[in-house]
Write a protein that binds this ligand. Structure first.
Ligand SMILES: [Zn+2]
Length: 65
């Protein structure tokens, strides 16, 4: 698990939590792939999602990076 840090988005803005306004997040990379998605053969099913978990309220912010 990474230490909470500020996140700069692709548009240059600093990520702020939707719920509490905090600006430090733990970063995780999670596979989007699931059995159901594989069965449906969606072209994005095998890509990774980058998830930022708010260090204060634990809200998860998902990004498709
Ligand atoms: Zn928060």
């Amino acid at each position: 698990m990474s230490e909470p840090q500020e996140v700069i988005l692709l548009n240059g803005q600093t990520l702020a939590c939707d719920s509490c306004g905090n600006s430090t997040f733990e970063q995780h990379r999670w596979k989007l792939q699931t059995t159901g998605m594989t069965f449906m053969n969606l072209d994005w099913a095998n890509r990774d999602a980058t998830c930022f978990v708010c260090a204060t309220c634990r809200r998860i912010h998902w990004f498709h990076l």
